[in-house]
Design a protein around this ligand. Structure first.
Ligand code: GLA
Length: 379
């Protein structure tokens, strides 16, 4: 009897968790067919979903804010803004694959800080994609779910994001970072072991409104660069193909800001590969230096940082117990990711928190993260 009950309930209701992510290095490279080195973390979004026996009514509750929302699966369009678009976007993309989804009720809640560069949006999208796949037995593979979640953001949210966040949220593995080739989608897991050092995120607690509009602008600036470069180097189809020598030689062929955008992407791709090698060699110092280089490139060439992020990175520079620091994610706010000695965290936080408050009148939030598994159903 118990077994029978369990079987029925597992079809009728499911709870799925999908995590946010960190990225060790490789920013704004994913939509340029480049390399990234992310990992899933122990901050997650949890959704409980059940069939509601209606043909096409979806009811979704944001438990934290006690806000609910319903839509008709046969007829829905994006709203002005809000989390609803992530949910509807995922449903829309799954339906485009020709699957059948009937009415459901869902409740979600999470602890990935919003606007922190830790991808709470991918956690929301992927938790719904995985839950719908399992609840309705859609039989879609992980890559289908990752791509549907990414396209939800393109088509319903309006951000032409790359694939890194959704990939990390679904494919993450405990204690492992992943080197993803965003062109071939080939990836490898590597153990992330820092010994006497640890990862620490510092949330600036600011999120500048430029984030979404400038994101899409950067993407088109990269395309503008490729359009010029492919005339000079016909073998190029993307910034991924451009060598350091080629980009340096193109300085006077590209508008100045387009040159800098392209220069960031080309140099960042190399840094991701160098950082992976440093990690494998156990050379934490080299890894840290690459993180600093990444930050300065994002700040000066790609121009997606902000005064608060730059301030926090600058605060670490004279401290020999900090190996590396940089802004993480899309930019214009959110977190820095830092590698520092375990035994110095307290003293570090005391000093930097005070200075940050003095400079900006805002409190920063330190976030300790552990690398964990990607999305999965927990019951
Ligand atoms: C956001 C996007 C990702 C990626 C990063 C920057 O998080 O969702 O696809 O482009 O910014 O690396």
């Amino acid at each position: 009897m118990d077994i029978l009950k369990k079987q029925i309930s597992s079809k009728e209701e499911i709870t799925v968790q999908a995590p946010g992510r960190i990225n060790i290095i490789g920013e704004h490279t994913d939509y340029n067919d480049g390399f990234v080195l992310p990992a899933a973390i122990d901050r997650r979004l949890t959704v409980t979903m059940r069939r509601n026996n209606t043909p096409a009514t979806a009811n979704v509750l944001d438990r934290k804010r006690q806000k609910s929302f319903s839509f008709d699966l046969r007829n829905f369009t994006p709203l002005d803004k809000g989390w609803h678009n992530y949910v509807m976007g995922v449903v829309h993309e799954l339906l485009k694959l020709g699957v059948e989804i009937s009415g459901f009720d869902a409740e979600f809640e999470g602890d990935v800080p919003i606007g922190s560069g830790m991808s709470s949006s991918a956690a929301l999208e992927c938790s719904f994609a995985v839950a719908l796949n399992e609840l309705f037995g859609l039989n879609l593979g992980k890559w289908d779910l990752i791509k549907a979640s990414q396209m939800a953001e393109h088509n319903f949210v309006g951000i032409k994001c790359g694939i890194m966040d959704q990939f990390a949220s679904v494919m993450g593995k405990k204690d492992q970072v992943m080197l993803l080739d965003c062109r071939s989608l080939h990836f490898d897991y590597f153990p992330f072991e820092l010994g006497a050092h640890k990862l620490l995120l510092l949330n600036t607690n600011v999120s500048h409104s430029l984030a979404s509009s400038e994101y899409n602008t950067r993407r088109s600036e990269c395309e503008e660069g490729v359009a010029v470069l492919e005339k000079i180097y016909p073998e190029i189809t993307n910034l991924r193909d451009v060598t350091t020598g080629q980009i340096v030689a193109s300085l006077d062929k590209l508008p100045e800001h387009i040159f800098r955008r392209c220069h960031h992407v080309v140099s960042e791709n190399k840094r991701v590969l160098d950082a992976t090698k440093a990690l494998l060699d156990g050379d934490k110092k080299a890894l840290g230096e690459l993180m600093y280089e990444s930050h300065f490139s994002l700040q000066n060439d790609y121009e997606v940082s902000c005064p608060e992020l730059d301030f926090l990175v600058r605060q670490t520079i004279e401290k020999d117990y900090v190996l590396g620091s940089r802004m993480m994610g899309g930019g214009f706010g959110g977190c820095t990711i830092n590698i520092l000695e375990k035994g110095r965290v307290e003293e570090f936080l005391e000093e930097v928190s005070k200075n940050y408050r003095q400079a900006f009148g805002v409190d920063l939030t330190p976030i300790e993260v552990a690398i964990e598994d990607g999305a999965k159903s927990i019951c």
